[in-house]
Design a protein around this ligand. Structure first.
Ligand SMILES: CC(C)(COP(=O)(O)OP(=O)(O)OC[C@H]1O[C@@H](n2cnc3c(N)ncnc32)[C@H](O)[C@@H]1OP(=O)(O)O)[C@@H](O)C(=O)NCCC(=O)NCCS
Length: 334
């Protein structure tokens, strides 16, 4: 019998131990390291977490954040669901579905009338959960993995505030049909940069949710061995992380640019900053088909820069969902 109850910080270690046996993804398998289990949820102003126990043992978690978002021009109170974990011994018995329903039951009396989550491209189990909950595939975004391994010699970009970058992003790339309203600078915000012709903000999840590599696809394993051996190891080439390695990465979000040249120049500057800070990868968040995308894609190091798709899944708790054509991505949801 699954018993669902509210989380308290005293359960953090048990939840972190559960997460350790629940890596995510199939081609690229990642687990997470975090200071406390609720550290990520606590980046939102309003949040909740539930845990599931069977026979006294903690076997499941699910978190939600309550936040305003604009859907088709109307401000709604949304519940964003995340940190869903079910112990591998107890999968495919409906526990994830029950945990998600428990979260929706808690969020609804607090005003939530829209529920959404984000799923990485190859997480079949999570797509199964969303299908069985009758959630609608409502678009998504992708990240371009930009390995940082050599200086690009780019011109510096002046610093600005994340709010200014976000406004410029919405003016340049918007309007968006689904737009979670960002709070103050998110925990983990590194810096916001503008060149006039392009701008972006950088965010790091290192202190909240560091990603640890569990497995990479066979082609990448082969590349890791080849790149680690002479003569390739003597050349300035990207490296492939080894299992057990924590990734040092930055997310590049709210990226906007007048054209491909401006986007590329800004990314090259971000690359040089990342290199100087010991960051190994930048994940460039791209929603839709901005005009600068083909040139930026072409400028990414040709080796080992995959594009990772993320899907937005949604349920309108008021009735049938009008699917948003284009979404704005909030750094805290990444
Ligand atoms: C994703 C996860 C939470 C699913 O937990 P679960 O308790 O096994 O899911 P449920 O039993 O509630 O399954 C719900 C539906 O998904 C389907 N499903 C679950 N796992 C599946 C899989 N591996 N492949 C295909 N379908 C799957 C089930 O068949 C069920 O469909 P049905 O209702 O039509 O029968 C679990 O696999 C997990 O913890 N994975 C690692 C962490 C993770 O990826 N979290 C999600 C982050 S977004």
């Amino acid at each position: 019998m699954l018993e669902i109850s509210d989380y308290s910080p005293a359960l953090s270690d048990e939840c972190v131990a559960l997460e350790r046996v629940c890596p995510q993804g199939e081609r690229f398998r990642l687990s997470f390291r975090r200071p406390t289990f609720h550290a990520r949820a606590a980046t939102y102003e309003r949040w909740g977490l539930v845990v599931g126990r069977e026979g006294g043992r903690l076997v499941a978690t699910c978190a939600y954040a309550l936040r305003p978002a604009i859907l088709h021009g109307e401000t709604r109170t949304t519940a964003f669901g995340f940190d869903l974990r079910v112990h591998p011994d107890l999968r495919q018995r409906g526990i994830a579905g029950r945990m998600t329903r428990a979260v929706i039951e808690r969020a609804t009396p607090q005003g939530a009338d829209l529920f959404y989550t984000q799923v990485v491209g190859d997480n079949r189990a999570m797509f199964g959960v969303c299908r069985s909950l009758r959630m609608t595939l409502a678009g998504g975004y992708r990240t371009l993995v930009w390995p940082v391994f050599r200086r690009r010699g780019a011109r510096a970009a002046p610093e600005t505030t994340p709010a200014q970058i976000h406004d410029a992003y919405v003016r340049a790339e918007g309007p968006f049909d689904f737009h979670p309203i960002p709070g103050p600078a998110p925990a983990g915000h590194v810096v916001s940069l503008t060149t006039g012709a392009a701008g972006c903000s950088l965010w790091s999840n290192e202190a909240l949710l560091a990603e640890v590599v569990e497995r990479v696809p066979p082609a990448y394993r082969a590349a890791r061995l080849a790149l680690a051996a002479p003569p390739l190891r003597w050349l300035p080439l990207p490296r492939v992380p080894a299992p057990g390695e924590a990734l040092r990465s930055w997310f590049v979000y709210d990226l906007h640019a007048a054209d491909g040249h401006a986007a590329r120049a800004l990314l090259e500057h971000v690359n040089d900053r990342a290199l100087a800070s010991g960051i190994g990868y930048c994940y460039v968040v791209v929603s839709g088909e901005p005009s600068w995308w083909p040139e930026l894609r072409a400028a990414a190091p040709p080796l080992l820069s995959p594009i990772i798709p993320y899907s937005l899944l949604m349920t309108d708790l008021r009735g049938p969902l009008r699917v948003p054509a284009r979404m704005c991505v909030d750094a805290r949801d990444l």
